[in-house]
Design a protein around this ligand. Structure first.
Ligand code: PEP
Ligand code: MN
Length: 260
């Protein structure tokens, strides 16, 4: 996948929180592609709070993803948390690797991600940590930037006071990150909201504001999902969302702070 394509148009990344089976991966990848999605995302190794929880399908899922790419011609995105995981991802032709909200302060990982993706076309996406300030997020960029600049940022919500939503979607800081770094900024309302009913209205706002794309979790049967069941859309809802967004123009205007 070409990095320039990410900056040229409003990019939609869709897919399940976790790859659960080959059938599930193929079904969602086909649906995401048919609905006009640009990239298929999927968790392979999952960052879980407890070691007793399911940790994801792991390396076994990589051939499922590769087959989805071959069959449907869709680019692939996964999270990596270690250099071994990254090496496997590169071996299987993953187009975009992301560093998740829990790993962005681990600078040796950032360094190795930059180093191992230096040659080739692989894109690196840096998700903002749930408590990361703008300078923390921009600081993480500098570790990759030492090696190359195929970098995308992703805002996924920060910890807030409420219990109704999982996190608070912070579009203000996301816009400042876009201004400061001049990098594309993709917004993930799925992990920000943690609930399905907020995904469509937030997505409409995100596109209208002028961000560079969306990351949306999609599952064939969300209520039975092994991770993040409450926030994943059905394939039908994802199709409705991409169709609905077509009518929203993507702006990119903003005032500076100085009055000229
Ligand atoms: C994910 O995208 O599946 C994920 C674990 O996200 P985050 O790192 O933003 O929590
Ligand atoms: Mn998830």
């Amino acid at each position: 996948m070409n990095y320039e394509r990410l900056t040229d148009k409003f990019t939609v990344i869709g897919g399940p929180c976790s790859a659960e089976s080959k059938a599930q991966v193929l079904r969602v990848a086909e649906g995401v592609k048919q609905s006009g999605g640009d990239v298929f995302r999927s968790g392979v190794w999952k960052p879980r709070t407890s070691a007793d929880s399911w940790q994801g399908a792991g390396k076994e899922a990589l051939p499922w993803l590769k087959e989805a790419k071959r069959r449907f011609g869709i680019a692939l995105a996964i999270e990596v948390m270690s250099s071994q995981q990254l090496e496997s991802a590169l071996e299987y032709g993953i187009d975009l690797v992301w560093v998740g909200a829990r790993s962005g302060t681990h600078t040796p990982l950032l360094d190795v991600v930059g180093q191992l993706t230096q040659n080739g076309q692989t894109i690196v996406m840096l998700k903002r940590g749930m408590g990361a300030k703008l300078r923390d997020w921009v600081g993480a960029v500098s570790y990759i930037h030492k090696y190359h600049s195929r970098i995308v940022l992703c805002e996924r919500g920060i910890t807030g006071p409420g219990t109704e939503t999982r996190n608070v979607l912070d579009l203000q800081t996301a816009w400042l990150a876009k201004q400061e770094t001049k990098l594309p900024v993709i917004i993930d309302p799925s992990h920000a909201a943690g609930r399905r009913d907020l995904i469509l209205p937030m997505s409409r706002a995100i596109k209208a504001a002028g961000f560079d794309g969306l990351l949306i979790e999609v599952h064939p049967n969300p209520d039975r999902a092994l991770t993040d069941a409450k926030q994943q859309l059905t394939l039908k809802q994802f199709g409705f969302l991409t169709e609905n967004l077509k009518a929203i123009p993507s702006s990119n205007e903003s005032f500076g702070n100085e009055i000229k």
